[in-house]
Design a protein around this ligand. Sequence first.
Ligand code: BGC
Length: 247
Amino acid sequence: MTEKLGFGVDIGGSGIKGGVVDLETGELVGERFKVDTPQPSTPQACAQVAREVIDHFSWEGPVGITVPAVVTNGIVRSAANIAPEWIGTDANALFGSTLDRPVTVLNDADAAGLAEDRYGAGRDFDGVILLLTLGTGIGSALIYRGTLVPNTEFGHIEVDGKEAEHRAASSVKERRGWSYEKWAGQVSRVIREYERLIWPDLIIVGGGISRKADKWVPLLDVRTQVIAAKLLNTAGIVGAAQAARSR
Ligand code: BGC
């Protein structure tokens, strides 16, 4: 029974969430548990909260953990929307010792992409999938036939002189008080640049605002089929658990 279960922790700018995942279905077993992200969101403070989240479930096995940053070989390499102390942090060592178990650390959008590809909106799709998470920043995952190219960071591609995430993250819409129409114009601009450079066959949009996808996806003026993510606020947790399993 426990063989098919895994555990994922999703570290975000506002919350640190975790849950037990059924790796056959990609569904959570029981509730998702969320604790506010500590401020400042330093690596040590977040690792302590991750421990609290895992202890809440009395989970004893390996865990997968997402961070909103580039992660290569367990080392965090960037910190666009988190505390700068993360840069250079050996996340494998930090979480491994704080949590006292094997850990797999990966980028948040990469985790969401893995989960959507296997269990969600990309399931059974044969072609290049680009997943975009639209939130505080823009996260990206590029997947082809189940294989992820990690750390794509397309949110930082410059589009007409401005970083994509500064143009079209959902936080920009909120901050500026834009309508869906106005914001969709910016998202289209960014996606057209991705189309020009990557030629995806399917774009999956995730992040909190994908819950209202029917309000803005139809307004997009792009070539590629765009569909909303299905796992919504569990994609990061599920993808983290998947990554830990396939490690
Ligand atoms: C970061 C990415 C992250 C994305 C979504 C970007 O600012 O550079 O690593 O995936 O935000 O959290």
